[in-house]
Design a protein around this ligand. Sequence first.
Ligand SMILES: *Cc1c(COP(=O)(O)O)cnc(C)c1O
Length: 379
Amino acid sequence: MTSPDPAFTEPLHVGRPNIGDPEEFLRLVQGALDRRWLSNDGPLVRELETRIAERLGVAHCVATTNGTIALEIAIRALGMTGEVIVPSFTFVATPHSLSWQGITPVFADIDPDTHCLDPASVRRLITPRTTGIIGVHLWGRPAPVTELEEIAEEHGLQLMFDAAHAFGVSLGDRMVGSFGRAEVLSFHATKFFNSVEGGAIVTDDADIARTARLMRNFGFAGEDDVVYEGTNGKMTEVCAAMGLANLGALDEVVTTNRRNYDAYVRELHGIEGVSVLPIGEQGRSNYQYVVMLIDEACAATREEVLAALRDNNVLARRYFWPGCHRMEPYRTMFPEAGANLPETERVAERVIVMPTGTSVDEQAVAAIARIVRARVEAA
Ligand SMILES: *Cc1c(COP(=O)(O)O)cnc(C)c1O
């Protein structure tokens, strides 16, 4: 099905960075150069932390090098050990941040309607070694927070959330950021809001925030005073400058993503076996991802649709395929894990994440939908 003239002459990527205000970024970086203060809890990092905490209505924000380090620090600050229950249908950093520090990730299944953890599956996997649960707010949709809180309470487990997809998302009126004992954000370049590389631990728990700050800086409590085992998880001033320059444009990015989401729903309508995963009515979304689903009723396979898109320079992605339980080291450690994960395996075969963000407009969405329609009708 290779077409000689791709619909797009420039590749259209998933996760092309949104850049809010380049001049503001350069101005802030110049200030950091003038101060000769480039890292170590500088004024730009502090301002970014304050503004994020205010925006999310959470007491503490600890900015970090990236989201993965933030996960590792939060997991450690919460005292998780032994086994921790996580979804398999997530970015591999979620389980890696456990196994990296000798904790066993135990993979739970997802609800096929939301792609977030299925609380019943979580319950079935609790053992005497379980110390915690990490929920993931996938695609900008809150995980089943209330049910997971109930399970954690009942079994005395630590609960935290990987909120890498959920900056600016709410559950009802409450912003994601204050659920569980801590939540972790990612500000990677491909995320909806970026600080080039970056992340944060957000929490209402003063003890967790204090411990996370120590861990982020080698355990230093003062100039020569190391009181804790720590790592180097500090955010730089240059990264904080990018975060601050992007914060101002955030509402505009949500509006753009929303418009693109609506356009995908409209333009893909009526193609047999093709749909867009609904965002849900549980609160505000950031519309960070547009998830197209290719189900059994579709005449073309997911791989055929993906190939047609790629032939036209639309670099859509099969996110989280084939599931973390089918990636190393987990595939070797838990060869039978798939038996507990039927919905994960089904969903992982159906998803295509589509390009969105400020470099995609409605005409582009219409052209992308025409490629999908043509490929399905040709099958
Ligand atoms: C991006 C991402 C991470 C990792 O964040 P980095 O900032 O890239 O280290 C963790 N979990 C999920 C679900 C992600 O999408």
